[in-house]
Ligand binder design. Structure first.
Ligand SMILES: [Fe+2]
Ligand SMILES: [Fe+2]
Length: 131
């Protein structure tokens, strides 16, 4: 298997480390928005996040596929819908809609946390991964 970090050097190895890294970057984005960071900075943070989230999801789906995880298809569609929201957020950034942007960032943050604590945790238990 080609680990994602060979394609994306900013993403750490291992599911748990990736979760910590992504949560930190989502928080960074929220703080940058809350403190009135420039749109260019927000756009760059979202672009980085899209790349890292995509690589993380691919990695997770590969691990689930190899482990014969029975809920892989449902899990895959949750990932796809999160990615769509991230891409929509990037479009809001282009429109410079600050209020909507703040709401969307908070939604993303809570989605990511709850996905990790429920769907990812269930998969990790099935696959015998350390979370
Ligand atoms: Fe995950
Ligand atoms: Fe997941």
């Amino acid at each position: 298997m080609l680990p994602p970090r060979e394609r994306l050097p900013t993403l750490p190895d291992g599911v748990a480390a990736q979760h910590g890294h992504l949560a930190a970057n989502i928080r960074r984005l929220r703080l940058a928005h809350a403190t009135g960071g420039p749109w260019e900075e927000l756009a760059a943070l979202i672009d980085q996040l899209i790349g890292e989230v995509r690589a993380h999801f691919e990695y997770e789906e590969l691990v689930m596929d190899r482990g014969g995880y029975p809920e892989l298809e449902q899990h895959r569609s949750m990932h796809a819908s999160f990615l769509r929201r991230l891409v929509a957020l990037r479009a809001e950034c282009e429109r410079r809609e600050s209020e909507l942007m703040g709401v969307l960032v908070e939604l993303l943050e809570s989605w990511f946390r709850s996905h990790e604590q429920t769907a990812d945790r269930r998969a990790a238990e099935f696959l015998g991964l350390e979370e």
